[in-house]
Ligand binder design. Structure first.
Ligand code: NAD
Length: 253
């Protein structure tokens, strides 16, 4: 039996990296996947990779609350229910300056996408899950939200807020049988981290990547997809309000 047979799953940031790998895995496990991203042509390419049927793409910006709510309400009406939401869209911002010199526009962008984007989808989807009496939400946070030094200040603060939102919304929604969890990835090779890998490769420092991790390597998007689908599935039916590090041991060292 496939774990997501007859289930509707929304994945944001599905055009690349961890979101793409998660959409592929959900589809392999029987889900109808709604792939959300602001990159329409890349979304279409991922849609073409999915197994199964009933999938669709929605090109929108997670910051655009009216469009997010309209999409969610339309999907709930068309599909009868939304069983899983993966809030995965995110940006790094690229500002690694100390707090004395941080760029405020970057702060606003990063918080808008990473925190408000997550909030917009959580708010809209959880109303339907509450009314249905079931659902699972998985947020993609980061090890940067757990400890300092793994991202810029805005990125780290936004991901710490996503972890807190995971806990508070789990408390709000537990009484309706709606679970909310997060994954905290360590360094994973994706579009977001391409500059890190390009720099390491150009400077013969690839061997240094992931050396903080117990496993001495960086992660693969598929390894995050495995954790995300676990938390979204009935295999995690008694797990809520948790932020699971998927980081090769990064936060253990
Ligand atoms: P990625 O850049 O490959 O994918 C992110 C996707 O989000 C892209 O397709 C992008 O178009 C989309 N997106 C960005 N802003 C958006 C917006 N405003 N509206 C709609 N879509 C938007 O990066 P990734 O590494 O796969 O990132 C996925 C998540 O994982 C992010 O939340 C990121 O913060 C988190 N994360 C990544 C790493 C890592 O090392 N790659 C580590 C920790 C956490």
């Amino acid at each position: 039996m496939k774990r997501f047979e007859n289930r509707t799953v929304i994945v944001t940031g599905a055009a690349s990296g961890i979101g793409r790998a998660s959409a592929i895995r959900f589809a392999q496990e029987g889900a109808r996947v709604v792939l959300v991203d602001r990159e329409q042509s890349a979304l279409q390419a991922v849609l073409n990779e999915l197994s199964g049927s009933g999938h669709e793409i929605a090109a929108l910006d997670v910051r655009d609350e009216p469009n997010v709510t309209a999409l969610v309400d339309r999907v709930a009406a068309d599909h009868g229910a939304i069983h899983v939401l993966c809030n995965n869209a995110g940006i790094a911002g690229g500002d690694y300056a100390p707090v004395t010199d941080n760029d405020l526009d970057t702060w606003r962008d990063v918080v808008d996408v990473n925190l408000f984007g997550t909030m917009h989808f959580t708010r809209a989807v959880s109303r339907h899950m509450r009314d249905a009496g079931a659902g699972a939400i998985v947020n993609t946070a980061s090890v940067a939200g757990v400890r300092s030094g793994a991202g810029g200040n805005a990125y780290s603060a936004s991901k710490a807020a996503v972890i807190n939102l995971t806990q508070t919304s789990a408390c709000d929604l537990g009484q309706y049988n709606v679970r909310v969890n997060a994954v905290c990835p360590g360094l994973v090779k994706t579009g977001m981290t391409k500059p890190v890998f390009d720099y390491a490769e150009a400077n013969d420092k690839t061997h240094k990547l992931g050396t903080r991790c117990e496993l001495r390597r960086y992660g693969r998007p598929e390894e995050l997809a495995a954790a995300i689908t676990f938390l979204a599935s009935d295999d995690a039916s008694f797990i809520t309000g948790q932020a699971l590090p998927v980081d090769g041991g990064n936060t253990a060292s």
